[in-house]
Design a protein. Structure first.
Length: 672
């Protein structure tokens, strides 16, 4: 446990910020699943009047008896196998666990089956919103028709199971249609957002050699149009594997020479044909941030994602028919894939293309109002930006349909919990979740039957044997340790692309604890079973033997109105010393004078630890991030150690690469 959260959890039995009422608990999908699994699959019975004890027992069963748990998931959600499996878990060794051997399945078939329900076919499958904030529906029937037409066109283009299909697309309905059509034919989907430059896209797509490219001519962001025709032309030149390019004219420009037209490929009234592929057949390729070289190309399977997302969305997020699911994301982030999987549960998915803060900071709350969102996902950074901007969502918008606000991307600070509780709704389920692109899911987070405590994730997810370990591999409770997963999950990558002997995969997750997944986060598992995320373990601040997550520093320092954002680095020195600078991006009009430096030091000393007062506070133009919004802690640390810029970070993975020159020069000066 770190000092950053002591004030909220110092009592033996701290009071929760929120807890669900008995009716809500009884009606939740996870309660109904628990009762059914107890009758049919040997799960422990629910504990009357004690949902926390009941969930703890259910979770223990879900990781102790993986075959029974995952078999129950397939039955509860009526997973339709083209060919039934011979068993649930043929080999549980990590890496290389073998799930549902012999089974065939198709992800897209499950995502579109609500269209076959006459009562739901004419209701929205997708609600699309752009910066005008006017929702445009796409019904289940129309979505299924477009997917059928496009899947047929892909087959005509020669796309066969295993072929890669790429999208250079924003979060628009066409992206969802292209993903589902690719999955329907057994192709392998991969996507980048159009704010990625050509080099960043090629660093990803050249690894997998796509045969088809879906590409927009540009996108709109912050009230402006951004042309991408030159970038698309460069992609076409640099991807010799392409057999076809499909033009999606978001800005209305004519198709480039030789490109196919989106409308032509989606015009037919064709019933989709779903290729039945092996359970572990690739569904899509996601990419790591790529901050220190080429991004890792993570291959996840049709069956593994299907089961993991049904569990995560249908049980943990409590989504189903009648819900409207929004998450602010781009197609370059795993949360987009997760969002589209909302279709698996019969939920209406809300896609948004545009700036999160246009025309004003409160824009995402306006979208929630206009779409009637019931489950609203965003980033911790956006929540804190709303708090600083004095936004009042509950006062200014009708959010009566909203039951849950979820956050990810970075730990939600305690002040973020308080702000959501006070400014959105008192009776609000706040789900801070943590997972990763690596599994395209959550390790810990939302549980609709459990209370919410400030600064904490509610619990590890079902089927996820999440633990906190010390360096010797001993489990910890109430202390900071490494986030590990000691049993396989179906959505763990089946491989990295072009990692033929699996060496890069093993080195990424299994080097520290052989046979056990080490994710690279510092966590605390509390004695109540909740989880606190402290930041990346490879950028953890370890001073005089006292470890602290960078998130704790940010949460404290960024309460100061003068600090827009910060970046803290802990640097082990060759002489055994330790240098811990804090880089601050100041708010407009603020000045880094002696008074502000003193207040920053006092804030860290009083709220966190005297040992973690920064040695220096340095004003910077802005804080560099990955293209998916994560602060660039580890690469900056390497730059400050004197590593050459070209070896410390891939500039194509950074939102503003020019910011790195400052840290590189500072590192050169320090090692002279």
């Amino acid at each position: 446990m770190t000092a950053a959260h002591t004030d909220d959890r110092s009592a033996a039995q701290p009071q929760p910020l929120w807890q669900p009422g008995p009716d809500r608990i009884a009606a939740s999908g996870i309660t109904r699943f628990h009762e059914w699994a107890a009758r049919h699959h040997g799960a422990p019975a629910p504990v009357p009047g004690d949902p926390a004890a009941g969930y703890a027992a259910l979770h223990r069963w879900s990781v102790d008896d993986l075959p029974a748990f995952w078999q129950s998931v397939t039955e509860w959600f009526d997973v339709r196998f083209g060919t039934p499996p011979s068993t649930v878990l043929g080999d549980r060794t990590m890496p290389g666990a073998q799930w549902f051997p012999g089974a065939t399945v198709n992800y897209a078939e499950h995502a579109l089956r609500t269209a076959l329900d006459p009562a739901r076919a004419g209701t929205p499958a997708l609600l699309h919103v752009d910066e005008t904030h006017e929702p445009v529906p796409l019904t289940w029937t129309e979505l299924r028709r477009q997917v059928g037409s496009l899947a047929d066109a892909l087959r005509d283009l020669g796309v066969r199971p295993g072929d890669r299909v790429s999208g250079y697309l924003p979060n628009i309905p066409q992206a969802a249609v292209a993903l589902l059509a690719t999955a329907a034919v057994g192709g392998v989907w991969t996507s980048c957002a159009p704010d990625f430059g050509a080099r960043s896209v090629l660093d990803r797509f050249q690894q997998v050699e796509p045969v088809v490219l879906f590409a927009v001519d540009g996108y709109r962001y912050g009230g402006k149009e951004h042309d991408r025709t030159a970038t698309v032309a460069e992609l076409r030149r640099a991807l010799p594997s392409l057999r076809a390019t499909v033009h999606v004219p978001l800005l209305g420009t004519p198709a480039p020479d030789g490109a196919r037209l989106w409308d032509d490929l989606t015009a037919a009234d064709t019933e989709p044909v779903f290729e039945q592929v092996p359970f572990d057949h690739p569904l899509w390729v996601l990419y790591s941030s790529g901050t220190t070289g080429l991004p890792k190309a993570l291959v996840q399977s049709q069956g593994g994602i299907l089961l993991e997302h049904l569990k995560q969305l249908g049980l943990h997020s409590d989504l189903g028919p009648g819900d409207r699911f929004f998450w602010y994301t781009s197609t370059g982030w795993m949360m987009w894939n997760f969002l589209i999987s909302g279709l698996l549960t019969g939920t209406t998915v809300i896609t948004y293309d545009g700036s999160p803060g246009h025309p004003a900071t409160d824009a995402q709350w306006r979208i929630a109002e206009r779409t009637g969102a019931t489950f609203y996902g965003t980033s911790a950074a956006y929540v804190m930006a709303c708090r600083k901007a004095d936004v009042h969502p509950g006062r200014d918008f009708d959010l009566s349909a909203l039951t849950c606000v979820a956050t990810t991307g970075s730990p939600l600070p305690p002040d973020g919990f308080r702000w959501l509780h006070e400014e959105v709704a008192k009776d609000l389920w706040i789900a801070s979740v943590s997972g990763g692109t690596d599994v395209c899911s959550c390790f810990a987070g939302a549980v609709p039957t459990l209370p919410v405590h400030i600064g904490e994730l509610q619990a590890p997810c079902l089927g996820t044997d999440l633990q906190s370990w010390d360096p010797q591999g001993r489990p910890l409770v109430g202390e900071v340790g490494e986030l590990v997963v000691t049993n396989p999950m179906p959505s763990m990558p089946v491989s990295f692309w072009n990692d033929l002997d699996g060496a890069r995969y093993r080195d990424s997750y299994f080097e520290m604890y052989p046979g056990v997944w080490r994710h690279g986060d510092w966590i605390t598992v509390t004695d109540r079973g909740s989880v606190v995320i402290h930041g990346r373990s490879d950028s953890t601040l370890n001073r005089q033997g006292v470890r602290m997550g960078s998130a704790d520093i940010y949460e404290a320092v960024e309460r100061l109105p003068e600090i827009r954002e910060s970046l803290v680095i802990g640097l082990e020195l060759p002489d055994g010393g330790y240098w811990m600078p804090l880089f601050v991006h100041l708010a407009d009009g603020a000045v880094l004078d002696d008074d502000l430096r003193a207040r920053i030091g006092r804030t860290v000393r009083e709220q966190l630890s005297p040992r973690h007062v920064p040695d220096e506070v340095i004003a910077v133009e802005a804080v560099p991030h990955t293209l998916t919004g994560k602060r660039l802690e580890v690469p900056v640390k390497r730059l400050l150690q004197g590593t050459e810029l070209t070896k410390a970070v891939n500039p194509g993975s950074v939102d503003r690469p020019e910011l790195l020159d400052f840290y590189a020069e500072l590192g050169r000066r320090r090692v002279r």
